[in-house]
Design a binder for this molecule. Sequence first.
Ligand SMILES: [Zn+2]
Length: 266
Amino acid sequence: MSAEFIDIGSNLTHESFDADRAGVMSRARAAGVVHQVVTGATVASSRAALELARAHPDTLTATAGVHPHHAAGLDASSREDLRELLVDPRVVAVGECGLDYFRDLSPRPAQRRAFVAQLELAVESGKPVFLHQRDAHGDFLGILADYAASLSGGVAHCFTGGAPELEAYLALGLSVGITGWICDERRGSRVREVVAQIPADRLMIETDAPYLLPRDLSPKPASRRNEPAFLPHIAAVVAALRGVHVQEIAAVTTANARRFFGLKDS
Ligand SMILES: [Zn+2]
């Protein structure tokens, strides 16, 4: 049997896929990507992700949340919208949520409020959190520490940090999502050094498509658009850095994703 992969972070509702979404999905399937967890970043995109998951129940599920970039827009009524979305069994996580002090597209107090609100929704719904953190490690850990024990799980999506960040996340019980960031020898040097230290039962993989096209992909698509079909390439880089066969990375990360998100076997 050929290797099966699960992409835990695919922005499949992104407009760059509007013209050929069916083709993107069939290329992913042909590459062995048996399931995609479609990321929600606003109430509207979370709703769109759920609609897509409803239309493709065997291969897609969704998250529902508000990205820190959009945190300023999370008010009482959009919080209710998220709460309603989270009732659906096809919505398998809260997020993406967290803090982004690198781009600061929402004011930091609003980011912290939105993060807390979504952690509370995660506790209430019993669903895990899909976490985004950039240049906000201290505040992120401080907020998360209050909720970690009550959460049913959390994954640090697009982990790009080094040993101190990894140790702190593992201590809070988080899983770790690795993207094509790791395929960049310079920019990804910190995560490349520690990827072998992630316990096998905490490791998952994701493309974050259409973003983060793996730098060493060859040939590169002319569009520079990343696709879920490139997930096995990321898995191969992770496998090489951990000194194992890619089949083992596929088996381990797929089992972890099924358990973490409560997905049925395909
Ligand atoms: Zn993110």
